[in-house]
Design a protein around this ligand. Sequence first.
Ligand code: NDP
Length: 463
Amino acid sequence: MAKYDYDLFVIGGGSGGVRAARVAASLGKRVGIAEEYRFGGTCVIRGCVPKKLYVYASQFPEHFEDAAGYGWSVPPARFDWRRLVANKDREIARLEGLYRKGVEGAGGEAFATRAVLIDAHTIRLEGENRTITADQILIATGGRPNPHAALPGHEHCIFSNEAFDLPELPKAIVIAGGGYIAVEFANIFHGLGVQTTLTYRGKEILGRFDMDVRRALHKTMEEKGIRILCHEIFTAIDKRSDGRLDAHLQGGEVLTVDQVMLALGRIPNTEDLGLEAAGVERGRTGEIIVDDFSRTNVANIWAIGDVTNRVQLTPVAIHEAMCFVETAFKNNPTRPDHDCVPTAVFSQPEIGTVGLSEDDAAKRFAKLEIYRASFRPMRYTLSGRQEKMLMKLVVDAETRRVVGAHVLGPDAGEMAQLLGISLKARLTKDDFDRTMAVHPTAAEELVTMYKPSYLVVNGERVE
Ligand code: NDP
């Protein structure tokens, strides 16, 4: 008779938890997984997937406009928000089913309930009204939007969770934040015809990205009609008698809008999980502290994904899950590799990026060659759209290694995936130069920039 009910019990059915449960079960382990809301987690249910569907929806007005230059007459278009929400719900329900089925198909047991640790090997399944025991426990409970409770009137605000399912499309919205979520949703709402304002506390949106890309995106978003207020924060949100909201800004302006959305970062879901009872340590922001192998201070308890607040990205959580299975069940200790993670911001235009920004690279390397091209993509020639595409390679002059690649423009996310391979393989600018261009594409610029646009020597730009 086995000592525990399960070899592995996973708390949290998002991308990381489900992957770990499925792969461990397929190895023949006795696996259980509990999810209190919906299998699929943030990414599938109220994050990446619905977001991308809404990005597509919001791009149609520009496609209709661009069609004219290619000879098409498009009759005035109408948009039905509720139909979009309903179609999104159908697709999400389909994916949710696949996630659950994936675990069960591999032999795992899925529970639709909250799970709470009682001690290091015991878990209470609240909805089932029983306790189970497990040899290894994996916590993958993810995160949630920072509620920003210090803001007077924060209770009137929405977050990305609610933005997907608003009963009506607002006429006007103001979004606070300058990160991925704020920027992506500003573009989505604007594209759907909502009067959109973005407020950001810092100097320029998208803090961790290359400054050229940040500035160029800011300019293009403003040209499209999105109002962006930097160095600005809300001081209070008031509900008016007509049901609309007054957002008071530090600078004195009051914006009257239908919705105020806060996208001010995300915090780990670690409350009321029984972490204290099990002796699991948390850090300053509530995140579960783990070692290089995703193990907590309690030897049989592990944590992966956003709850550990390392890199808050779905593919990273999945990678951490795979490494966890290698370490815990295949006798092959494997550290997740968080270096050189490619990423995309599904703004409009899109950002695709991997490696170091020019500013960060300048702190690490004495001499950089910067290759930079800004041009109007071919698809905009007949449409007359003036938007420019930007491509930039940051090269360590000494080794010739490409240490950063940044793209702003259509399909930049797709390009970032492939650039990610090149940079992970530590390819040099000479490898890029040796690669034949694919013509006519926008991406060919990445292998045809022969001369540096400028150098950066000891942190100083040299023309
Ligand atoms: P981000 O960390 O990207 O951005 C948070 C923003 O909120 C920053 O601009 C930050 O400003 C600002 N901020 C934080 N605290 C305050 C405050 N007290 N007052 C005013 N402004 C504040 O978080 P998001 O919420 O946008 O997204 C969460 C995570 O989800 C991201 O880090 C990303 O990893 C992931 N994500 C990924 C996506 C993708 O891959 N396409 C899409 C969406 C989310 P400052 O810059 O000054 O710190």
